[in-house]
Design a protein. Structure first.
Length: 124
């Protein structure tokens, strides 16, 4: 596919997105995009096996979005062309996801305590 548009920050159902990789590829093709990057939160897509691969004529880059903090400044780091089979990266991201889940559990508990609303983690 000739050079065209790209979207380099997409999330799938593996984190907080609403679409799978095949759905994102179909949407990208419909918009004449030649490239997309899957950058889910703290997770690598189980549907990608290479740092970049062509799916139905669209280049799909394997990436990840990682929360960071330096000198009290918070942000997100977008990493591209990551190896989805990297054991070390997988372990690191698993620890990051566990920490995010624990933070969310504390927030849900605090909401219950402060509002009296019987909210459960499964609802969040």
């Amino acid at each position: 596919m000739p050079a065209g548009y790209a979207d380099l920050h997409l999330h799938t159902t593996a984190s907080d997105g609403m679409q799978t990789i095949p759905e994102l590829v179909r949407r990208a093709k419909g918009l004449s995009f030649s490239c997309i990057a899957v950058t889910d939160h703290d997770t690598l897509s189980p549907d990608l096996s290479l740092p970049v691969e062509s799916i139905d004529g669209v280049e799909v880059i394997s990436g990840v979005e990682i929360k960071t903090e330096f000198d009290g400044i918070r942000g997100e780091l977008l990493a591209y062309f990551v190896d989805p089979s990297s054991r070390e990266l997988g372990l690191f991201l698993s620890r990051m996801a566990d920490a995010r889940r624990r933070r969310m559990e504390r927030m849900v508990e605090r909401c219950r305590e402060e509002t009296g609303v019987p909210i459960e983690m499964a609802e969040v």
